[in-house]
Design a protein. Structure first.
Length: 195
């Protein structure tokens, strides 16, 4: 019974910790994340009650991998895309999207996938994807909204659609002025003005 209590406590602390991080990142709380975490915690607690003890660290690892599956696969896809292995990266992005991600994670996958499309020069598809993300009524979170505007600005610049690029780069700055995307946008805008 004591092991079950520890499992439940670890699961609840996990939800509070990652929920708090989402609020700090100004992404909002994901109900799906909380429900998935509670479900996994409940299953682990039932397994523990049945007499199969699980180390709390192992449970925490399982909980993390299951609830962050989309983000983990996206990071792996990003590594492949940086190495120029775009086909393998596309397969991981597609797999991450098939694993029923929450709205925030779905946006993250699409933004990273669009960034990969920009790197390989498929600007029209990247623009289409970023516009779809920005047009989605689901809350995006300021970090990813800034990322979407910045990458959209870069795609427009590469298509030599300078007016639209300036609008999007300024939007990246307006959304979150202290973000890395705002800093990059300022650099690109300064270079653009000098040219």
């Amino acid at each position: 019974m004591q092991g079950t209590g520890v499992i439940v406590l670890v699961g609840l602390l996990y939800i509070v910790f990652f929920g708090g991080l989402s609020l700090l990142r100004r992404e909002g709380l994901s109900l799906r994340f909380a429900l998935e975490s509670l479900l996994i915690t409940g299953v682990a607690a039932l397994i523990s009650l049945a007499g199969y003890t699980m180390h709390p660290a192992l449970f925490l690892l399982i909980l993390y991998v299951l609830t962050m599956r989309g983000r983990i696969l996206t990071e792996a896809a990003n590594i492949l895309a940086k190495q120029g292995k775009f086909d393998a990266a596309d397969r991981l992005y597609a797999w991450a999207l098939r694993l029923w991600p929450d709205p925030s994670t779905r946006h993250i996958i699409h933004i990273n996938q669009a960034t990969s499309l920009i790197k390989r020069g498929d600007l029209d598809r990247a623009i289409e994807q970023l516009l779809a993300v920005l047009g989605d009524p689901e809350y995006l979170g300021v970090k990813y909204e800034a990322a979407a505007h910045y990458n959209l600005g870069i795609a427009y610049l590469r298509k030599e659609m300078h007016a639209r690029a300036v609008v999007e780069l300024n939007a990246a700055i307006d959304v979150w002025p202290v973000s890395e995307y705002a800093r990059y946008a300022r650099i690109v805008l300064k270079k653009h003005r000098e040219e």
